[in-house]
Design a protein around this ligand. Structure first.
Ligand SMILES: [Fe+2]
Ligand SMILES: [Fe+2]
Length: 379
């Protein structure tokens, strides 16, 4: 129930992120237009003072210019009974106004860009609380002080608000990091468990790492959301956990297995299911499904339950391709490693019979990435 609510809220945040990103992009375009406009005006003013009067409407529409020529503002520049601004020619005053205005647009642009980055981060499924972003936000809050030029109260209030929110965000970020740490520890436990299985089952060194990475790549290629891809990556490491219950004599036996021995090997799927029977948490529950289903076939001729097509979970169908590909390309006590091309062709050959056609398509499309992983985690 809680997981469902979290997912729903995540979806809403993502949607909000997309809307926010779109909005900030529009504002950025408008700001850029304003900035270009201001630069052009500055250049024109500089080029020929004669034209200044012709462009006087700019000054009338430039609130900063109005401010800079106001009585209150002049006081800032009063030294003794001299006032720098009063002595200035109007066109220079105008220039200062335009400069100050340009600076303000740039600050606004900077903030909109920052907000845009944040919205993009949310739209891509990122977390709303982020320590790094909070700190960045706090440092840049100082440029908000510029607002004091327009309105001191507004400037101070916005400055205080940004600082306040940055601390809330930082706090949330630390809590999130703590949760990540807990997840990381869980992940490590899962990996160590997987490693024990790997040693026991006498498989070649990096089988589990490769299968989990292949599974992630296939999931990504199929367009699953990043979080689910990561869950598949972690959960798939336990796919052979049931082998812990299989006698070593059978697992390590060189050469061909008898029918009885093969039947015993097959039970590693149901044993895996039993070992993970009462687990809590998304990843471990998924591990159980994968342990049970990674030897099912799309045409229903697999084991242990002869499930077919969509009756096998998507994760089971994905890990099946990853596992078989790695088994083919690895040396085992009873066989040599196949070449990459042969194994590739074998997977394509199983499309629609042994494997889900969609997963095979993903395998075909992501073959380069799979080869990279194979190289990275070579035995
Ligand atoms: Fe297996
Ligand atoms: Fe395996």
């Amino acid at each position: 129930m809680k997981e469902k609510s979290i997912k729903k809220t995540q979806e809403k945040i993502k949607r909000g992120g997309r809307v926010g990103y779109f909005f900030t992009q529009v504002v950025i375009i408008l700001l850029l237009i304003f900035i270009v406009f201001h630069c052009v005006m500055m250049v024109l003013t500089l080029i020929d003072e004669i034209y200044v009067s012709r462009f006087s409407w700019i000054y009338e529409h430039n609130s900063l210019y109005r401010l800079i020529t106001s009585e209150e503002f002049s006081k800032i520049f009063r030294f003794g009974d001299k006032n720098l601004l009063d002595e200035m020619q109007p066109k220079y005053r105008a220039l200062i106004g335009i400069f100050a205005s340009l600076l303000t647009w740039l600050v606004l642009l900077f903030f909109t860009r920052m907000a845009g980055q944040f919205f993009k981060h949310l739209a891509e499924g990122g977390r709303p609380f982020n320590v790094r972003f909070a700190k960045k936000m706090r440092y840049s809050a100082f440029s908000f002080i510029l607002l004091v030029l327009y309105n001191p109260l507004l400037g101070i209030i916005s400055f205080a608000l940004v600082i306040f929110f940055s601390y809330i965000m930082e706090y949330g970020g630390y809590i999130q990091e703590q949760a990540d740490e807990t997840n990381r520890i869980q992940e490590e436990i899962i990996f160590s468990f997987a490693e024990i299985t790997e040693n026991k089952s006498g498989q070649t060194g990096q089988h589990i790492k490769r299968v989990s990475e292949y599974s992630r790549i296939l999931a990504e290629q199929m367009g699953l959301d990043p979080e689910r891809c990561d869950q598949i990556r972690i959960a798939s490491t336990m796919h052979d956990v049931g082998k812990l219950m299989i006698p070593s004599e059978i697992l390590d036996k060189p050469g061909k297995l008898t029918d009885e021995e093969y039947a015993v090997i097959k039970t590693h799927t149901t044993y895996g299911g039993q070992l993970l029977e009462n687990v809590e948490g998304d990843e471990l529950k998924l591990s159980r499904t994968i342990a049970l289903q990674h030897h099912e076939r799309y045409d229903g001729r697999g084991y242990p339950a002869q499930l077919d097509a969509e009756n096998i979970s998507l994760e089971g169908r994905i890990v099946s391709v990853a596992d078989v590909y790695d088994a083919l390309t690895s040396r085992r006590s009873y066989k040599d490693a196949w070449s990459e091309e042969d194994a590739y062709r074998e997977i394509l050959k199983g499309k629609g019979t042994q494997f889900d056609p969609q997963v095979v398509d993903a395998f075909e499309a992501a073959h380069d990435k799979i080869l990279e992983v194979r190289k990275k985690f070579a035995d």
